[in-house]
Write a protein that binds this ligand. Sequence first.
Ligand SMILES: Cc1cc2nc3c(=O)[nH]c(=O)nc-3n(C[C@H](O)[C@H](O)[C@H](O)COP(=O)(O)O)c2cc1C
Length: 297
Amino acid sequence: MKAASALDYREIARRRLPKFLFEVATATSQPLWFQLYEIRDRAFMRDLLQQAREAKCSALVFTVDMPVPGSRYQDYRSGLAGAPGVRGSLKRTWQAMLRPSWAWDVGIRGRPHSLGNVAPVLGKNTGLEDFFAWMRNNFDPTVHWRDLELIRSEWQGPLIIKGILESEDAVAAADLGADGIVVSNHGGRQLDGVPSTATALPYIADKVGHRMTVLADSGIRSGLDVIRLLALGARGVLLGRAWVYALAANGQAGVAHVLKLIQAEMQVAMALTGVTNIPAIDRSILFQASTALAEKT
Ligand SMILES: Cc1cc2nc3c(=O)[nH]c(=O)nc-3n(C[C@H](O)[C@H](O)[C@H](O)COP(=O)(O)O)c2cc1C
């Protein structure tokens, strides 16, 4: 297994990142957010922040819940990881052959292939295990508030800290001068047994909702899920796999379709809970449901 060094990382950034950033920046008229993890090589992190500034990214999302990758057995079962080399390649090729429209849309016409910007640098047969090894070598597992202070001082634009599940951490993020947080358990991909976002969110929103923008993600699959998290105190939500599944199933049209579905489901949920605009969504709509049930029984 080839482990990537910090030098590989710089090489990735030099060769690939500006191109990807430029492509995305020119393809969208929407605000562009730049996501960063804690990386051991601080000079490299500064380079990335500089590139984000040059691409006119409007906000920095600094993710704190992946100092090390979680134990992702599903990735092994699915064949995404665990069988490197010829066996793994054959398995993945076979899976792609069974899904011809995905193979054409994403595998051939789409990008990034395999592990995107990482794969060309690490070598052709890059599997998830190489990627995890690369993360272990380059991600800094000692994420600490003083590192976030450094980030805050280096990035003058809006700073959003992603991966908060405890109200104490949310308060520390507000004290640090972060503009927002994402209450998230990384889609349940990091540590089994952590609370759901819906469980953690109300406590966090009560503590810091008046000081910063509280966003939330993880497990949102429908418009009703969006409404639930807004009611529990999120100002907005982020979708992870919902749109990725749609992309894999039917490309751009699939993503547009899933967003329309979510919008329609939100409208239904709002109509049925008696709210006519997003700011009016609060916990009372959840209480109405439970009160109505309680009255009936
Ligand atoms: C394949 C995959 C890759 C991800 N990569 C990142 C990442 O690079 N940075 C990050 O902050 N979160 C990453 N996440 C987590 C998402 O940003 C998000 O928190 C999570 O997917 C939300 O849960 P959901 O997928 O159930 O909506 C990733 C999630 C998935 C499924």
